[in-house]
Design a binder for this molecule. Structure first.
Ligand code: ZN
Length: 116
């Protein structure tokens, strides 16, 4: 099971010290800090994106709150996918934009690269 994933960048998180909530738009379920989303939402994310989130999640990033830009790209993509699934088009769009914004900060490594 691949919920090794997740989480934590300032622009995603509310207040980690108090509680950590599922990052899916509109969801206020409490989840462990290392998870990006609650179980229910996590399984709405595409297989490829879930795998990327797990792969790019660095152990401990939920403590130091310094996830990589690559991680942020796929985390926002995952949130966008769930929003789309739930017909939250505005949320889907804003997270897709955020994903693109982070993509511009990533280094052009093979596999994660900038698609032009
Ligand atoms: Zn949720």
């Amino acid at each position: 099971m691949s919920q090794l994933a997740l989480s934590i960048p300032d622009d995603l998180v509310v207040d980690l010290a108090i509680e950590h909530l599922c990052h899916a738009a509109g969801c206020s379920r409490r989840v462990q800090p290392r998870f990006l989303m609650c179980y229910e939402h996590w399984w709405l994310v595409s297989t490829n994106t879930r795998a990327a989130v797990d792969r790019l999640c660095r152990p401990g990033q939920w403590r130091d709150k310094r996830p990589s830009a690559d991680y942020m790209v796929v985390a926002h993509r995952a949130i966008s996918e769930v929003a789309l699934f739930e017909h939250r088009e505005d949320d889907a769009r804003s997270h897709e934009v955020a994903s693109q914004r982070w993509l511009e900060r990533t280094s052009p490594t093979p596999g994660m690269g900038r698609r032009r």
